[in-house]
Design a protein around this ligand. Sequence first.
Ligand code: ATP
Ligand code: MG
Length: 310
Amino acid sequence: MLEVVDLKKQYKQTRAVDGVNLFLEEGEIVGLLGPNGAGKSTTISMMSTLIKPTSGDVRYLNESVVKHPQKLRENLGVVPQEIALYPELTAKENLEFFGKIYKMDKQLLKQRMEEVFQLIGLENKKKELVKHFSGGMKRRLNIGAALLHQPSILFMDEPTVGIDPQSRNYILDTVKQLNKEHHITIVYTSHYMEEVEYLCDRIYIMDEGKIIASGTKQEIKNILSSEQTFIVEAQSLKKEFIERFKKDGAVQQLSYSENKVTIIVPKETNYFHTIIQTVEEEKQELKSVEVQKPSLEDVFLHLTGKALRD
Ligand SMILES: Nc1ncnc2c1ncn2[C@@H]1O[C@H](COP(=O)(O)OP(=O)(O)OP(=O)(O)O)[C@@H](O)[C@H]1O
Ligand SMILES: [Mg+2]
């Protein structure tokens, strides 16, 4: 449905987007995940025809949107990262304003506003000034504005940043509902791994302007399938105990605190046995030994050497 081909954006010294390729099939929720400055918003802006690429192309229904943006614009809703609302206007007046931008017929707009207010759960707040809204309510109205003209594709750029958990859950459930019940195809940008894991069918992981991994959750986690992670907990870990793992050539990664050590080893080794043996030999008291399944967070750390929320 939508395809991004070798997309680049250069700002003076900064290469914000550096050769991104991705695609979007009808009916999917696709996640675009990456830390601050990865190039997510710039990619979304080029995909939604708001800014022009330095090179590369975005194709919608086999036509370049750089040259012919109109068809995509009609079918697209964008929820920008920065809230774009008028604080001095009421919620209703804000939506009316967006309806005018979309050149919507008055009667249709009235009907759509009712539906949208219900969807975003702000039916009782229509007449309140937006400046009196909580962060979560503003985020919801921001989403509502993007839905007025019934887009079939929706780009959401970090729609849950800086809001309370309740609003966040509300928004996540709304995103699912939009996809399942209203059949909207969604690109969801976030640096919260758990959101993307919860929502998305497929995920692209982005860092420093490039896509560094892509696929279903399982496919991405399989990147780590050659490793296994053990977490050993105790009241207090002995220095000698930790030293044994530091010296062991089989250990790929080691991190520890006073009462917990995390050990990453190749999958094929029977390391559980080694850990238990070392516990006995060093007379280390023990609370638990846990084998950890890889998370997307681990994949990111593995690929980039840094935590997602840096
Ligand atoms: N208009 C601009 N002029 C100059 N540099 C820019 C501009 N917009 C973005 N950049 C730079 O491009 C890089 C990517 O920025 P972008 O906003 O796309 O990242 P992001 O992944 O959306 O980050 P965040 O999670 O913080 O929203 C950053 O280094 C940023 O400073
Ligand atoms: Mg951004």
